[in-house]
Design a protein around this ligand. Structure first.
Ligand code: ZN
Length: 467
C-alpha cells in the first residue's frame, strides 16, 4: 500500500504515483504569497500544509523538488506602489523578507526554488506567443492580450476541470481585465495587460507593446520553467481553484498541448473563532499578531496541522491554549526519554512509525497521525513510571518520535533566557545528582516544572527549556 491523496482533478482519492519512471523524483508547486501585506493565518494554513506534504513525501522516500513562487507583480501590488509612491522592488522586497522570516518561524523548510514573477517575464511572453500562434490568444482593442475560452474549447480542450462551469449562461467574447473574478462572470481573461498610466514605472516591453503580465500566466511560466511542462503536484488554497488554477491549466495546456499537472491538492478554508476572518470582526490575525499575544510559532504550527487539510478548520485562541498543553505532554515525555537514553543511540522502533504511516498514507490523515503519537506518549509515560524501559529502549523510542517529527516539524521548545532563581535551582539539581541524592534531584525537577521550566539533558550538559 502506498500514499493516497485526493485529486481535485478527478474528485477522488487516488494512489500517488510520480511521473518519473523510476518513481523517485517528485515536482511540487505551491502558489506562493502575493507580497503586498503580511500573510494572515488563513494563508499560513496553506503554506504549512504544503510543507507537511513535502515532508511526508520525503518521509516516504521521494526526492521532492518543492517550488513556491513569489507573486511580486499583480493588480493589488501596483495599486499599493502607486498609493504609497514607492517602487515595486522596495515595496515587495519588504513583504517578501517578512514572509520568508515567518515561514521559517513556523518551522517550514525553505522551498528549493522560490521564483519571483518579475524575473520570468521572458518565459511569460514565450507562452503567450505560443498561444497566439495557436489562435487561442488574441490582442483586443484595448491593447491587452486575452485568452480565448471559445477557441480553447473548440480545440477539444475542457475549460472547467477543477470546478463545474455553466457555459450556457456565458456570452462568448466577453472579457475580464482584473485578475480576480467570480465563477458567474467567467470570460476571456488577460494574459498581458497593456500599459495604463496608473501602472507608473511597472512595465515591460513585449511584442504587443508595453505592459505587464496577468497574475495567472505568472504561475504557468514559473512552474513549467522550473519543473517542466508536465509535473506531479500542484497545491494551493481552495480559494485559488477558480479562476487562478483553472486559468493556469488552460494557458499551460493550451500552449504545450501536454497535460499540465497530474495531481491537484487544495487546502480548505480557515475560519477564526467560528467566522470568516475580517478586520472589522477583530478576528483577523497575521502570524506576528499571534506572536505578540504570547503564543509560540510551534503552537500555531501544531494547531494548523491538527486537522485534515480538506476540512474547513476553526482556528481559535482556545485551540492555541490546547496546543500548548498537547505540546507540553510531548515535551515532557521526550525530555524524560532523553534523560534515560543519555548518550545511547538506537534505530527507531516500528510500532509508532507503522501507525503514523498508515494514518498519513490515507490522504494525509493528520488527526489519526496525532492520535498515534498521543497513544505512544501515554504508553511511554506508563513504562517510564514503571521504570521498565532500558536506556536502549528509550533511545529507540526517541528515534521513533524524531522520525515522526521529521514530518510534523514541531521544533523543540525554545531555549529561553532563564532567571537567576531558575538557574540556581538547576545547579542545586546537578549537585544533588552528583551526590546521588535522586529524591532531592526529582524534587527540584518538579519545582522547576511548577515554575514553567523543564530540564533537557544534552551532550553539552543540562539545558533549561520553557514549557
Ligand atoms: Zn499560482
Amino acid at each position: 500500500m502506498g500514499l493516497k491523496l485526493f485529486n481535485t482533478l478527478t474528485r477522488s482519492v487516488q494512489e500517488f504515483t510520480p511521473l518519473d519512471p523510476a518513481g523517485k523524483h517528485v515536482g511540487m508547486y505551491c502558489c506562493g504569497p502575493t507580497v503586498y501585506d503580511f500573510a494572515h493565518i488563513g494563508n499560513w494554513r496553506t503554506f504549512v500544509f504544503a510543507d507537511l506534504t513535502r515532508r511526508y513525501l520525503e518521509f516516504r522516500g521521494y526526492d521532492v523538488k518543492h517550488v513556491m513562487n513569489i507573486t511580486d507583480v499583480e493588480d493589488k501590488i501596483i495599486r499599493n506602489v502607486r498609493e504609497k509612491k514607492t517602487t515595486l522592488k522596495e515595496f515587495t522586497g519588504k513583504y517578501e523578507a517578512a514572509f520568508l522570516e515567518d515561514l521559517k518561524a513556523l518551522g517550514c523548510h525553505a522551498p528549493h526554488v522560490t521564483p519571483r514573477a518579475t524575473e520570468y517575464i521572458a518565459e511569460i511572453i514565450a507562452i503567450i506567443e505560443k498561444l497566439m500562434a495557436r489562435g487561442i490568444a488574441y490582442k483586443a482593442a484595448d491593447g491587452s492580450v486575452y485568452f480565448s475560452i471559445e477557441k480553447y474549447r473548440s480545440c477539444g480542450c475542457t475549460y472547467g476541470r477543477l470546478v463545474k462551469l455553466n457555459f450556457d449562461e456565458m456570452r462568448t467574447g466577453e472579457r475580464v481585465a482584473s485578475d480576480e473574478y467570480e465563477k458567474e462572470s467567467v470570460a476571456d481573461f488577460a494574459l498581458w495587460k497593456a500599459y495604463v498610466p496608473e501602472d507608473g514605472e511597472v512595465t515591460w516591453d513585449s511584442p504587443w507593446g508595453k505592459g505587464r503580465p496577468g497574475w495567472h500566466i505568472e504561475c504557468s511560466a514559473m512552474s513549467m520553467k522550473v519543473l517542466g511542462e508536465s509535473f506531479d503536484l500542484h497545491l494551493g488554497g481552495e480559494d485559488l481553484m477558480f479562476p487562478h488554477h483553472e486559468d493556469e491549466i488552460a494557458q499551460s495546456e493550451g500552449a504545450t498541448g501536454k497535460p499540465f499537472v497530474k495531481h491537484w491538492l487544495h487546502g480548505a478554508f480557515l475560519l477564526v473563532e467560528g467566522k470568516k476572518m475580517s478586520k472589522s470582526l477583530g478576528n483577523f490575525f497575521t502570524l506576528r499578531d499571534l506572536l505578540a499575544k504570547g503564543y509560540h510559532a510551534r503552537e500555531i504550527r501544531y494547531l494548523l496541522i491538527s486537522a485534515s487539510y480538506r476540512e474547513t478548520f476553526n482556528f481559535t485562541l482556545e485551540g492555541l491554549q490546547g496546543a500548548r498543553t498537547a505540546l507540553a505532554r510531548i515535551d515532557e515525555c521526550v525530555g524524560k526519554l532523553r534523560e534515560l537514553a543519555g548518550a545511547t543511540t538506537a534505530g527507531p522502533e516500528g510500532e509508532l512509525i507503522a501507525q503514523f504511516t498508515t494514518a498519513m498514507d490515507d490522504d494525509l490523515n493528520v488527526a489519526a497521525g496525532w492520535a498515534a503519537v498521543f497513544d505512544w506518549v501515554r504508553d511511554t509515560n506508563k513504562k517510564l513510571a514503571d521504570n521498565s524501559l532500558t536506556a536502549a529502549q528509550a533511545g529507540a523510542a526517541l528515534a521513533s518520535w524524531e522520525k515522526v517529527n521529521s514530518v510534523f516539524g514541531i521544533t523543540a521548545a525554545a531555549q529561553a533566557e532563564a532567571p537567576a532563581e531558575i538557574v540556581a535551582l538547576l545547579e542545586a539539581r546537578q549537585a544533588a545528582r552528583k551526590a546521588k541524592d535522586f529524591k532531592r534531584s526529582d524534587e527540584i525537577r518538579d519545582e522547576l516544572k511548577a515554575k514553567g521550566w523543564i530540564i533537557e539533558d544534552s551532550p553539552k550538559g543540562p539545558k533549561l527549556k520553557r514549557i
